[in-house]
Design a protein around this ligand. Structure first.
Ligand code: GDP
Length: 460
Protein backbone atom coordinates (compact mmCIF):
# COMPACT_ATOMS: atom_id res chain seq x y z
CA UNK A 1 0.00 0.00 0.00
CA UNK A 2 1.48 3.31 -1.03
CA UNK A 3 0.41 6.69 0.19
CA UNK A 4 0.45 8.44 -3.17
CA UNK A 5 -2.59 10.51 -4.08
CA UNK A 6 -5.35 8.69 -5.93
CA UNK A 7 -8.37 9.92 -7.86
CA UNK A 8 -11.44 8.41 -9.52
CA UNK A 9 -14.95 9.24 -10.63
CA UNK A 10 -17.17 7.99 -7.79
CA UNK A 11 -20.56 8.40 -9.44
CA UNK A 12 -21.96 5.78 -11.82
CA UNK A 13 -20.45 5.76 -15.31
CA UNK A 14 -22.43 7.81 -17.82
CA UNK A 15 -24.13 11.17 -17.98
CA UNK A 16 -25.92 12.50 -14.91
CA UNK A 17 -26.99 15.83 -13.46
CA UNK A 18 -23.77 15.99 -11.51
CA UNK A 19 -20.72 13.76 -11.05
CA UNK A 20 -18.40 13.38 -8.09
CA UNK A 21 -14.66 13.00 -8.49
CA UNK A 22 -12.81 11.87 -5.41
CA UNK A 23 -9.18 12.66 -4.62
CA UNK A 24 -7.44 11.13 -1.60
CA UNK A 25 -3.88 11.19 -0.26
CA UNK A 26 -1.18 13.48 1.11
CA UNK A 27 -1.27 15.77 -1.95
CA UNK A 28 -5.05 15.78 -2.43
CA UNK A 29 -5.55 19.33 -1.18
CA UNK A 30 -2.48 20.85 -2.80
CA UNK A 31 -3.22 19.28 -6.21
CA UNK A 32 -6.86 20.38 -6.16
CA UNK A 33 -5.79 23.80 -4.92
CA UNK A 34 -3.80 24.34 -8.12
CA UNK A 35 -6.78 23.54 -10.33
CA UNK A 36 -9.56 25.05 -8.26
CA UNK A 37 -10.11 28.82 -8.48
CA UNK A 38 -12.51 30.04 -5.80
CA UNK A 39 -15.22 32.48 -6.76
CA UNK A 40 -14.44 34.58 -3.70
CA UNK A 41 -10.94 35.92 -3.30
CA UNK A 42 -8.95 34.44 -0.45
CA UNK A 43 -11.01 31.25 -0.40
CA UNK A 44 -8.31 28.99 -1.83
CA UNK A 45 -8.89 25.34 -0.95
CA UNK A 46 -5.61 25.10 0.93
CA UNK A 47 -6.83 27.80 3.37
CA UNK A 48 -10.27 26.33 3.96
CA UNK A 49 -11.32 24.64 7.14
CA UNK A 50 -11.97 20.90 7.03
CA UNK A 51 -15.55 19.79 6.33
CA UNK A 52 -16.50 22.87 4.35
CA UNK A 53 -17.79 23.31 0.83
CA UNK A 54 -16.21 25.80 -1.56
CA UNK A 55 -17.59 27.03 -4.83
CA UNK A 56 -15.20 27.72 -7.68
CA UNK A 57 -14.03 26.92 -11.19
CA UNK A 58 -11.62 24.33 -12.49
CA UNK A 59 -9.20 26.24 -14.71
CA UNK A 60 -6.13 24.91 -16.44
CA UNK A 61 -3.93 27.52 -18.11
CA UNK A 62 -6.40 29.44 -20.33
CA UNK A 63 -9.02 26.66 -20.32
CA UNK A 64 -12.12 26.94 -18.09
CA UNK A 65 -13.40 23.41 -17.55
CA UNK A 66 -16.40 23.70 -15.20
CA UNK A 67 -17.87 25.34 -12.12
CA UNK A 68 -17.61 22.89 -9.25
CA UNK A 69 -18.23 22.49 -5.53
CA UNK A 70 -15.24 21.17 -3.59
CA UNK A 71 -15.80 19.33 -0.30
CA UNK A 72 -12.79 19.16 1.98
CA UNK A 73 -12.06 16.37 4.47
CA UNK A 74 -8.87 16.28 6.51
CA UNK A 75 -6.87 13.31 7.85
CA UNK A 76 -7.53 11.37 9.95
CA UNK A 77 -11.25 12.20 10.07
CA UNK A 78 -12.23 11.24 6.53
CA UNK A 79 -13.56 8.05 4.96
CA UNK A 80 -10.07 6.96 3.89
CA UNK A 81 -8.34 8.44 6.92
CA UNK A 82 -6.37 10.68 4.52
CA UNK A 83 -6.83 14.23 3.24
CA UNK A 84 -9.64 14.01 0.72
CA UNK A 85 -11.30 16.39 -1.73
CA UNK A 86 -14.56 15.58 -3.48
CA UNK A 87 -15.22 17.68 -6.56
CA UNK A 88 -18.85 17.84 -7.67
CA UNK A 89 -18.98 18.92 -11.28
CA UNK A 90 -21.64 18.89 -14.01
CA UNK A 91 -22.34 15.36 -15.21
CA UNK A 92 -21.04 15.69 -18.77
CA UNK A 93 -18.77 12.83 -19.76
CA UNK A 94 -16.33 15.33 -21.29
CA UNK A 95 -16.11 17.38 -18.07
CA UNK A 96 -15.66 14.27 -15.89
CA UNK A 97 -12.87 12.93 -18.10
CA UNK A 98 -11.18 16.30 -18.50
CA UNK A 99 -11.01 16.93 -14.73
CA UNK A 100 -9.70 13.41 -14.23
CA UNK A 101 -7.02 13.96 -16.90
CA UNK A 102 -5.95 17.20 -15.23
CA UNK A 103 -5.76 15.58 -11.80
CA UNK A 104 -3.54 12.87 -13.29
CA UNK A 105 -1.38 15.47 -15.03
CA UNK A 106 -0.97 17.34 -11.72
CA UNK A 107 0.34 14.25 -9.94
CA UNK A 108 -2.56 11.97 -8.96
CA UNK A 109 -2.74 8.30 -9.83
CA UNK A 110 -5.92 6.51 -11.03
CA UNK A 111 -7.41 4.61 -8.09
CA UNK A 112 -7.73 0.82 -8.32
CA UNK A 113 -11.19 -0.72 -7.74
CA UNK A 114 -12.04 -0.38 -4.04
CA UNK A 115 -8.82 1.46 -3.26
CA UNK A 116 -10.53 4.22 -1.24
CA UNK A 117 -12.14 1.58 0.99
CA UNK A 118 -8.89 -0.41 1.11
CA UNK A 119 -7.15 2.70 2.40
CA UNK A 120 -9.89 3.17 4.99
CA UNK A 121 -9.22 -0.40 6.14
CA UNK A 122 -5.42 0.05 6.11
CA UNK A 123 -5.74 3.28 8.10
CA UNK A 124 -7.83 1.54 10.77
CA UNK A 125 -11.09 3.35 9.92
CA UNK A 126 -12.90 0.01 9.71
CA UNK A 127 -12.10 -3.69 9.88
CA UNK A 128 -12.22 -5.98 6.87
CA UNK A 129 -15.74 -7.28 7.51
CA UNK A 130 -16.98 -3.68 7.63
CA UNK A 131 -15.11 -2.86 4.41
CA UNK A 132 -16.77 -5.85 2.74
CA UNK A 133 -20.12 -4.56 3.98
CA UNK A 134 -19.49 -1.31 2.09
CA UNK A 135 -19.46 -3.31 -1.16
CA UNK A 136 -22.60 -5.19 -0.08
CA UNK A 137 -24.33 -1.91 0.75
CA UNK A 138 -23.57 -0.52 -2.69
CA UNK A 139 -24.81 -3.73 -4.32
CA UNK A 140 -27.98 -3.95 -2.19
CA UNK A 141 -31.24 -3.90 -4.12
CA UNK A 142 -33.71 -4.95 -1.44
CA UNK A 143 -34.57 -3.76 2.05
CA UNK A 144 -33.33 -7.07 3.52
CA UNK A 145 -29.93 -6.84 1.79
CA UNK A 146 -29.65 -3.21 2.82
CA UNK A 147 -30.42 -3.99 6.48
CA UNK A 148 -27.86 -6.82 6.52
CA UNK A 149 -25.08 -4.72 4.97
CA UNK A 150 -25.87 -1.72 7.16
CA UNK A 151 -25.69 -3.81 10.38
CA UNK A 152 -22.38 -5.30 9.33
CA UNK A 153 -20.97 -1.94 8.34
CA UNK A 154 -21.99 -0.42 11.66
CA UNK A 155 -19.88 -3.11 13.35
CA UNK A 156 -22.38 -5.43 15.10
CA UNK A 157 -20.57 -8.48 13.76
CA UNK A 158 -17.13 -7.02 14.52
CA UNK A 159 -18.16 -6.39 18.14
CA UNK A 160 -19.33 -9.98 18.53
CA UNK A 161 -16.05 -11.26 17.10
CA UNK A 162 -14.02 -8.96 19.31
CA UNK A 163 -15.71 -10.26 22.43
CA UNK A 164 -15.16 -13.87 21.26
CA UNK A 165 -11.47 -13.26 20.66
CA UNK A 166 -11.10 -11.63 24.07
CA UNK A 167 -12.63 -14.68 25.74
CA UNK A 168 -10.42 -17.01 23.71
CA UNK A 169 -7.33 -15.01 24.58
CA UNK A 170 -8.27 -15.25 28.24
CA UNK A 171 -8.31 -19.05 28.10
CA UNK A 172 -5.15 -19.14 25.99
CA UNK A 173 -3.19 -16.92 28.36
CA UNK A 174 -4.21 -19.05 31.34
CA UNK A 175 -3.18 -22.19 29.45
CA UNK A 176 0.12 -20.72 28.38
CA UNK A 177 0.89 -19.43 31.85
CA UNK A 178 0.57 -23.01 33.01
CA UNK A 179 3.11 -24.05 30.37
CA UNK A 180 5.61 -21.49 31.65
CA UNK A 181 5.52 -23.23 35.00
CA UNK A 182 5.51 -26.72 33.54
CA UNK A 183 8.14 -27.87 36.07
CA UNK A 184 5.64 -27.35 38.86
CA UNK A 185 3.15 -30.04 38.02
CA UNK A 186 0.95 -29.18 40.96
CA UNK A 187 0.29 -25.70 39.57
CA UNK A 188 -2.94 -25.34 37.59
CA UNK A 189 -3.77 -21.72 36.78
CA UNK A 190 -6.71 -22.58 34.63
CA UNK A 191 -9.61 -24.27 36.35
CA UNK A 192 -10.55 -26.94 33.80
CA UNK A 193 -14.22 -26.85 34.78
CA UNK A 194 -14.32 -23.11 34.16
CA UNK A 195 -12.45 -23.54 30.87
CA UNK A 196 -14.96 -26.15 29.68
CA UNK A 197 -17.79 -23.78 30.51
CA UNK A 198 -16.12 -20.92 28.65
CA UNK A 199 -15.30 -23.12 25.63
CA UNK A 200 -18.90 -24.25 25.48
CA UNK A 201 -20.15 -20.65 25.52
CA UNK A 202 -17.73 -19.74 22.72
CA UNK A 203 -18.77 -22.79 20.73
CA UNK A 204 -22.39 -21.71 21.11
CA UNK A 205 -21.74 -18.25 19.69
CA UNK A 206 -19.55 -19.40 16.77
CA UNK A 207 -22.03 -22.10 15.92
CA UNK A 208 -24.96 -19.62 15.98
CA UNK A 209 -23.04 -17.26 13.70
CA UNK A 210 -22.11 -20.06 11.28
CA UNK A 211 -25.69 -21.30 11.17
CA UNK A 212 -27.01 -17.80 10.48
CA UNK A 213 -25.33 -18.02 7.06
CA UNK A 214 -28.26 -19.96 5.67
CA UNK A 215 -30.57 -17.05 6.45
CA UNK A 216 -27.96 -14.44 5.45
CA UNK A 217 -27.33 -16.13 2.15
CA UNK A 218 -31.07 -16.27 1.49
CA UNK A 219 -31.44 -12.56 2.23
CA UNK A 220 -28.47 -11.71 0.02
CA UNK A 221 -29.21 -13.98 -2.92
CA UNK A 222 -32.95 -14.43 -2.46
CA UNK A 223 -34.89 -16.92 -0.35
CA UNK A 224 -35.22 -19.94 -2.64
CA UNK A 225 -38.85 -20.87 -3.25
CA UNK A 226 -39.66 -23.92 -5.37
CA UNK A 227 -43.04 -24.03 -7.08
CA UNK A 228 -43.95 -27.68 -7.44
CA UNK A 229 -47.04 -29.63 -8.39
CA UNK A 230 -48.57 -31.66 -11.17
CA UNK A 231 -48.39 -30.37 -14.72
CA UNK A 232 -51.12 -27.87 -15.62
CA UNK A 233 -51.68 -26.85 -11.98
CA UNK A 234 -50.80 -23.30 -13.03
CA UNK A 235 -47.20 -23.08 -11.77
CA UNK A 236 -45.94 -21.06 -14.72
CA UNK A 237 -48.96 -18.75 -14.59
CA UNK A 238 -48.24 -18.03 -10.91
CA UNK A 239 -44.53 -17.55 -11.55
CA UNK A 240 -45.24 -15.02 -14.29
CA UNK A 241 -47.62 -13.21 -11.99
CA UNK A 242 -45.11 -13.09 -9.14
CA UNK A 243 -42.31 -11.97 -11.45
CA UNK A 244 -44.53 -9.61 -13.42
CA UNK A 245 -43.33 -10.99 -16.71
CA UNK A 246 -43.75 -13.74 -19.26
CA UNK A 247 -40.82 -15.88 -18.18
CA UNK A 248 -42.28 -19.36 -18.10
CA UNK A 249 -44.28 -20.77 -20.98
CA UNK A 250 -47.93 -21.07 -20.06
CA UNK A 251 -49.73 -23.74 -21.99
CA UNK A 252 -52.48 -26.24 -21.45
CA UNK A 253 -50.32 -28.98 -22.96
CA UNK A 254 -49.09 -31.13 -20.07
CA UNK A 255 -45.35 -30.96 -19.41
CA UNK A 256 -44.61 -27.65 -21.11
CA UNK A 257 -42.24 -26.45 -18.37
CA UNK A 258 -39.58 -29.01 -19.02
CA UNK A 259 -36.63 -27.36 -17.42
CA UNK A 260 -36.25 -25.36 -14.26
CA UNK A 261 -36.85 -21.63 -14.59
CA UNK A 262 -35.43 -19.29 -11.94
CA UNK A 263 -35.75 -15.60 -11.32
CA UNK A 264 -35.73 -13.18 -8.44
CA UNK A 265 -38.23 -10.58 -7.34
CA UNK A 266 -38.64 -8.32 -4.33
CA UNK A 267 -41.78 -8.71 -2.21
CA UNK A 268 -42.25 -6.18 0.60
CA UNK A 269 -38.53 -5.42 0.71
CA UNK A 270 -37.48 -9.08 0.75
CA UNK A 271 -35.69 -10.80 -2.13
CA UNK A 272 -37.11 -14.15 -3.27
CA UNK A 273 -35.67 -16.54 -5.82
CA UNK A 274 -38.54 -18.41 -7.45
CA UNK A 275 -37.95 -21.71 -9.10
CA UNK A 276 -40.60 -23.05 -11.44
CA UNK A 277 -40.18 -26.75 -11.97
CA UNK A 278 -41.40 -29.40 -14.33
CA UNK A 279 -44.63 -30.98 -13.18
CA UNK A 280 -44.56 -34.11 -11.10
CA UNK A 281 -46.12 -37.00 -13.02
CA UNK A 282 -45.15 -40.39 -14.29
CA UNK A 283 -43.74 -40.10 -17.76
CA UNK A 284 -41.84 -42.10 -20.31
CA UNK A 285 -40.44 -39.00 -22.01
CA UNK A 286 -36.71 -38.95 -21.16
CA UNK A 287 -36.33 -35.17 -21.26
CA UNK A 288 -39.33 -34.73 -19.02
CA UNK A 289 -38.18 -37.36 -16.53
CA UNK A 290 -34.89 -35.49 -16.23
CA UNK A 291 -36.89 -32.35 -15.47
CA UNK A 292 -38.89 -34.16 -12.79
CA UNK A 293 -35.72 -35.48 -11.21
CA UNK A 294 -34.47 -31.92 -11.09
CA UNK A 295 -37.73 -30.87 -9.38
CA UNK A 296 -36.85 -33.09 -6.45
CA UNK A 297 -33.31 -31.66 -6.37
CA UNK A 298 -34.78 -28.16 -6.30
CA UNK A 299 -36.94 -29.09 -3.32
CA UNK A 300 -33.69 -29.97 -1.57
CA UNK A 301 -32.16 -26.58 -2.40
CA UNK A 302 -35.20 -24.49 -1.43
CA UNK A 303 -36.31 -23.12 1.92
CA UNK A 304 -39.94 -22.65 0.97
CA UNK A 305 -42.02 -24.96 -1.21
CA UNK A 306 -45.25 -23.88 -2.86
CA UNK A 307 -47.17 -27.02 -3.72
CA UNK A 308 -49.66 -25.99 -6.38
CA UNK A 309 -52.74 -28.08 -6.80
CA UNK A 310 -55.53 -27.73 -9.34
CA UNK A 311 -58.64 -26.89 -7.30
CA UNK A 312 -60.87 -29.08 -9.44
CA UNK A 313 -59.27 -32.25 -8.14
CA UNK A 314 -57.50 -31.07 -5.01
CA UNK A 315 -58.86 -33.79 -2.73
CA UNK A 316 -57.83 -36.54 -5.13
CA UNK A 317 -54.32 -35.14 -5.58
CA UNK A 318 -53.61 -34.70 -1.90
CA UNK A 319 -54.72 -38.26 -1.27
CA UNK A 320 -52.60 -39.51 -4.19
CA UNK A 321 -49.24 -37.81 -3.62
CA UNK A 322 -49.71 -35.87 -0.36
CA UNK A 323 -47.73 -38.24 1.84
CA UNK A 324 -44.83 -38.31 -0.61
CA UNK A 325 -44.72 -34.49 -0.76
CA UNK A 326 -45.05 -34.06 3.02
CA UNK A 327 -42.16 -36.48 3.49
CA UNK A 328 -39.91 -34.81 0.92
CA UNK A 329 -40.64 -31.38 2.40
CA UNK A 330 -40.47 -32.32 6.06
CA UNK A 331 -37.56 -29.94 6.81
CA UNK A 332 -38.94 -27.11 4.67
CA UNK A 333 -41.64 -24.50 4.93
CA UNK A 334 -44.40 -26.05 2.82
CA UNK A 335 -47.35 -23.94 1.69
CA UNK A 336 -50.23 -25.66 -0.05
CA UNK A 337 -51.58 -23.48 -2.84
CA UNK A 338 -54.91 -24.51 -4.30
CA UNK A 339 -55.06 -22.79 -7.69
CA UNK A 340 -57.94 -22.19 -10.14
CA UNK A 341 -60.23 -21.26 -7.24
CA UNK A 342 -62.20 -19.30 -9.86
CA UNK A 343 -63.54 -22.63 -11.12
CA UNK A 344 -65.01 -23.50 -7.72
CA UNK A 345 -68.31 -22.48 -6.21
CA UNK A 346 -67.46 -23.37 -2.60
CA UNK A 347 -63.99 -24.12 -1.28
CA UNK A 348 -63.71 -27.76 -0.14
CA UNK A 349 -62.62 -28.47 3.44
CA UNK A 350 -59.22 -30.14 3.09
CA UNK A 351 -58.08 -29.77 6.69
CA UNK A 352 -58.46 -33.48 7.47
CA UNK A 353 -56.03 -34.38 4.68
CA UNK A 354 -53.10 -32.19 5.63
CA UNK A 355 -50.98 -31.91 8.78
CA UNK A 356 -52.22 -29.41 11.38
CA UNK A 357 -50.67 -25.91 11.14
CA UNK A 358 -49.62 -26.42 7.52
CA UNK A 359 -50.54 -23.21 5.67
CA UNK A 360 -53.07 -23.63 2.87
CA UNK A 361 -54.40 -20.93 0.57
CA UNK A 362 -56.92 -20.81 -2.28
CA UNK A 363 -55.85 -18.60 -5.19
CA UNK A 364 -56.54 -17.93 -8.82
CA UNK A 365 -53.33 -17.24 -10.69
CA UNK A 366 -55.32 -16.49 -13.82
CA UNK A 367 -57.57 -13.91 -12.15
CA UNK A 368 -54.92 -12.58 -9.73
CA UNK A 369 -57.05 -13.61 -6.75
CA UNK A 370 -55.53 -13.88 -3.22
CA UNK A 371 -51.99 -13.35 -4.56
CA UNK A 372 -51.27 -10.66 -1.96
CA UNK A 373 -52.25 -13.07 0.80
CA UNK A 374 -49.89 -15.63 -0.71
CA UNK A 375 -47.10 -13.04 -0.75
CA UNK A 376 -47.84 -12.30 2.92
CA UNK A 377 -47.50 -16.02 3.72
CA UNK A 378 -44.12 -16.02 1.96
CA UNK A 379 -42.93 -13.05 4.02
CA UNK A 380 -44.11 -14.69 7.26
CA UNK A 381 -42.31 -17.92 6.34
CA UNK A 382 -38.97 -16.11 6.07
CA UNK A 383 -39.43 -14.04 9.21
CA UNK A 384 -40.00 -17.12 11.35
CA UNK A 385 -36.27 -17.82 11.25
CA UNK A 386 -34.82 -14.49 12.43
CA UNK A 387 -35.28 -12.04 15.28
CA UNK A 388 -34.75 -8.32 14.84
CA UNK A 389 -31.22 -7.39 15.94
CA UNK A 390 -29.81 -10.88 15.28
CA UNK A 391 -26.32 -10.86 13.82
CA UNK A 392 -26.53 -12.63 10.50
CA UNK A 393 -23.56 -13.76 8.43
CA UNK A 394 -23.99 -13.45 4.68
CA UNK A 395 -20.44 -13.53 3.34
CA UNK A 396 -19.01 -16.88 2.15
CA UNK A 397 -15.50 -15.95 3.31
CA UNK A 398 -16.78 -15.26 6.83
CA UNK A 399 -18.82 -18.46 6.79
CA UNK A 400 -15.74 -20.52 5.87
CA UNK A 401 -13.63 -18.85 8.55
CA UNK A 402 -16.36 -19.49 11.14
CA UNK A 403 -16.49 -23.15 10.17
CA UNK A 404 -12.72 -23.45 10.62
CA UNK A 405 -13.02 -21.67 13.97
CA UNK A 406 -15.80 -24.08 14.93
CA UNK A 407 -13.57 -27.09 14.10
CA UNK A 408 -10.80 -25.64 16.26
CA UNK A 409 -13.05 -24.95 19.24
CA UNK A 410 -14.46 -28.49 18.96
CA UNK A 411 -10.89 -29.80 19.21
CA UNK A 412 -10.35 -27.57 22.27
CA UNK A 413 -13.47 -29.04 23.87
CA UNK A 414 -12.33 -32.59 23.11
CA UNK A 415 -8.88 -31.77 24.50
CA UNK A 416 -10.37 -30.43 27.71
CA UNK A 417 -12.64 -33.45 27.97
CA UNK A 418 -9.75 -35.93 27.81
CA UNK A 419 -7.39 -33.81 29.91
CA UNK A 420 -4.97 -33.23 27.07
CA UNK A 421 -1.87 -31.26 27.99
CA UNK A 422 -2.12 -27.46 27.86
CA UNK A 423 0.27 -27.01 24.89
CA UNK A 424 -1.98 -29.02 22.55
CA UNK A 425 -5.08 -27.21 23.68
CA UNK A 426 -3.52 -23.78 23.39
CA UNK A 427 -2.46 -24.58 19.81
CA UNK A 428 -6.10 -25.20 18.90
CA UNK A 429 -7.14 -22.07 20.77
CA UNK A 430 -4.60 -20.05 18.76
CA UNK A 431 -5.99 -21.54 15.56
CA UNK A 432 -9.51 -20.56 16.54
CA UNK A 433 -8.36 -16.98 17.24
CA UNK A 434 -6.53 -16.97 13.91
CA UNK A 435 -9.69 -17.82 11.95
CA UNK A 436 -11.76 -15.20 13.75
CA UNK A 437 -9.00 -12.62 13.18
CA UNK A 438 -9.05 -13.49 9.49
CA UNK A 439 -12.64 -12.24 9.26
CA UNK A 440 -11.74 -8.77 10.50
CA UNK A 441 -8.58 -8.71 8.39
CA UNK A 442 -5.92 -8.90 11.08
CA UNK A 443 -4.09 -11.89 9.65
CA UNK A 444 -5.36 -11.76 6.09
CA UNK A 445 -2.83 -12.15 3.27
CA UNK A 446 -2.28 -9.47 0.63
CA UNK A 447 -3.56 -11.88 -2.00
CA UNK A 448 -6.90 -12.30 -0.22
CA UNK A 449 -7.14 -8.54 0.37
CA UNK A 450 -6.39 -7.89 -3.30
CA UNK A 451 -9.10 -10.33 -4.28
CA UNK A 452 -11.68 -8.74 -1.97
CA UNK A 453 -11.07 -5.15 -3.05
CA UNK A 454 -10.77 -5.95 -6.75
CA UNK A 455 -14.49 -6.74 -6.69
CA UNK A 456 -15.38 -3.21 -5.61
CA UNK A 457 -16.22 -0.53 -8.12
CA UNK A 458 -13.65 2.10 -9.03
CA UNK A 459 -14.25 5.24 -6.98
CA UNK A 460 -15.32 3.43 -3.79
P1 GDP B 1 -48.04 -25.57 -15.25
O1 GDP B 1 -47.93 -26.74 -16.13
O2 GDP B 1 -48.30 -25.97 -13.83
O3 GDP B 1 -46.90 -24.60 -15.36
O4 GDP B 1 -49.40 -24.79 -15.67
P2 GDP B 1 -49.59 -23.50 -16.57
O5 GDP B 1 -49.26 -22.28 -15.79
O6 GDP B 1 -48.91 -23.70 -17.87
O7 GDP B 1 -51.17 -23.49 -16.72
C1 GDP B 1 -51.87 -24.56 -17.30
C2 GDP B 1 -53.23 -24.07 -17.78
O8 GDP B 1 -54.02 -23.68 -16.66
C3 GDP B 1 -53.16 -22.84 -18.69
O9 GDP B 1 -54.11 -22.98 -19.72
C4 GDP B 1 -53.53 -21.70 -17.79
O10 GDP B 1 -54.11 -20.60 -18.45
C5 GDP B 1 -54.52 -22.36 -16.84
N1 GDP B 1 -54.58 -21.71 -15.53
C6 GDP B 1 -53.55 -21.34 -14.75
N2 GDP B 1 -54.00 -20.76 -13.62
C7 GDP B 1 -55.35 -20.75 -13.67
C8 GDP B 1 -56.38 -20.28 -12.80
O11 GDP B 1 -56.15 -19.71 -11.73
N3 GDP B 1 -57.65 -20.48 -13.21
C9 GDP B 1 -57.96 -21.07 -14.38
N4 GDP B 1 -59.23 -21.20 -14.68
N5 GDP B 1 -57.01 -21.52 -15.23
C10 GDP B 1 -55.72 -21.37 -14.90
Amino acid sequence: MTNDTICAISTAPGIGGVAVIRVSGDEAISICNRLFHPHKKGKELACQKAYTLSYGTIIHEEETVDDVVAALFCAPHSFTGEDTVELTCHGSLYIQQRILQLLLAYGCRMAQPGEFTQRAFMNGKMDLSQAEAVADLIASTSEGQHRLAMNQMKGGFSKELKSLREQLLKITSLMELELDFADHEELEFADRGELKELASQIEGVISRLAHSFKVGNAIKNGTPVAIIGKTNAGKSTLLNLLLNEEKAIVSSIHGTTRDVIEDTTIIKGQLFRFIDTAGIRNTTDTIESLGIERTFQKIEQSSIILWMIDATDAMQQIKEIGNDIFLRCKDKQLIIVINKADLLGDYPDLSGLIPANMPIIFISAKEDRNIEQLQQLLIESTQATTQPGDIIVSNVRHFEALNHALDSIHRVQEGLECNLSGDFISQDLRECIFHLSDIVGEVTTDQVLGNIFSHFCVGK
